[in-house]
Design a protein around this ligand. Structure first.
Ligand code: ATP
Ligand code: MG
Length: 287
């Protein structure tokens, strides 16, 4: 980092007095294997939190196939890349989703975050600080798997939510993901969510299997959030490009999302200056 870069960063932070640094919670949603339901979990939890009166922003950081926008019936015209290039300010690319959820399309641009020039960095931190003033939660939808840029996002976030299905392949890849995070940051809170389970028993068995492995080989416990059942209503809502929480308010998956959102609100601590510290970790790779 150059002297000029650190000076500009310090300036950017100074422009926001300590008293106005807002508390928020930054949670990255991940999985070892792809296709296990991350994006649906992000949408389901975002909507449930919104229904509870929380202000939610979603960072769509899946640089593979970004499909959160499709899932929510949104059409982004610009992405984070335009902000970094100085063509747009952050507020101009943010999409208004259902139930007041704001979506930041970052599927292109997110990989460049770790090698920004100082003026791009300044634009981004100032934008994020403005957004954080009106946000209680930032949920980050990531690409699956152990790619370096995904791991950087996970390590920068305050909390990690790991999604797995009961399938053995998904479970093995979930363990691999826990191991990678744990080796880089043993203190990082990792929450476990079992998706697409056929029954409570199946979900509990899956949780126990994963916990047994992490206890034995990593000497750690995962924080268990709960399960979302396999639900035909969720499938139908995906087809209709509507969030299941909105489309089928009484479906089994909606009820599960509501319960899990409630747990999150009770258990995840507020982080002072959560947005800015996420950015700082990401850009400096401090983890
Ligand atoms: N609880 C569920 N009940 C029924 N089907 C589900 C459930 N969760 C996910 N699915 C199915 O799995 C598909 C993939 O879900 P989703 O796109 O959320 O996964 P993902 O982990 O984000 O995938 P990717 O790794 O490609 O980003 C959904 O389109 C849906 O068909
Ligand atoms: Mg996805």
């Amino acid at each position: 980092m150059t002297d000029q870069a650190s000076r500009l960063r310090a300036m950017a932070r100074q422009q926001v007095p300590e008293a106005t640094l807002f508390s928020s919670r930054v949670m990255a949603i991940t999985s070892g294997k792809g296709g296990v339901g991350k994006t649906n979990v992000v949408a389901g939890l975002a909507m449930s939190l919104a229904q509870m009166g929380q202000r939610v922003a979603v960072l769509d950081a899946d640089f593979g196939l970004a499909n959160l926008d499709i899932l929510l019936g949104l059409s982004p015209t610009h992405t984070l890349e335009h902000v970094l290039r100085g063509e747009k300010v952050l507020e101009e690319i943010i999409l208004d989703g259902p139930m007041g959820i704001r979506v930041i399309p970052a599927s292109s641009g997110i990989q460049e975050l770790t090698r920004l020039d100082t003026s791009a960095e300044l634009r981004l931190i100032q934008g994020l600080q403005r957004v954080s003033e009106t946000t209680d939660w930032m949920l980050i939808d990531t690409a699956a798997g152990i790619h370096d840029s995904v791991i950087k996002l996970l390590l920068a976030a305050q909390e990690v939510l790991l999604v797995t299905t009961p399938e053995p392949t998904s479970l093995v890849d979930a363990y691999a993901m826990v191991k990678v995070i744990h080796l880089r940051d043993p203190q990082k809170p990792i929450w476990l969510l079992i998706n697409n389970a056929q029954s409570e028993d199946e979900a509990e068995e899956t949780i126990e299997q994963l916990q047994a492995a992490t206890r034995r080989f990593l000497d750690r416990e995962l924080k268990v959030l709960g399960m979302v059942p396999a639900d035909a209503c969720l499938l139908q809502s995906v087809r209709e490009q509507r969030g299941v929480v909105e489309r089928f308010p009484r479906s089994p998956s909606t009820l599960a999302f509501r319960q899990i959102a409630d747990q999150l609100k009770k258990k995840v601590p507020l982080q002072k200056d959560g947005f800015a510290s996420f950015w700082k970790q990401l850009s400096l790779g401090e983890s």
